[in-house]
Ligand binder design. Sequence first.
Ligand SMILES: [Zn+2]
Length: 141
Amino acid sequence: MTEPGVQYSKPLPAMRDLTAQFYDWCRQRELRFQCCTACGAWRHVPREACAQCGSQEWEWARSGCRGRLFTWTVVARAMHPAFQDDVPYAAAVIEMDEGVRLVSRIVDCPPEELEVDMPVEVVFEAVTPEVTLPMSRRVRS
Ligand SMILES: [Zn+2]
């Protein structure tokens, strides 16, 4: 959570169309992905048609928020001044249990401790009153 009174200065998602709907669910602390109501395939990032069957019938289905670390890159040099105090950090791709992949950030684990297939869960961080981002933390067994 950003400290009260501190302006959030990092880039924010473009809040329009289906992307805005995705982040509206995040603001309600629910991770939802599109699920095709014709064939049952999950998809992310948001788009109009199913890549499996072509249907444009779908719903926002709730994710269990669990997945595994699919891959990551360690950002050692900030490419935007607002990230200067965060480096080094891991920008990650999470393979969710539903099968979709989510770009996220690992918030509780130093980059050198990351492992492929590490169990993670999505947690929410309200960075502005309008925008809540899905972050990830490791799940310890
Ligand atoms: Zn489909």
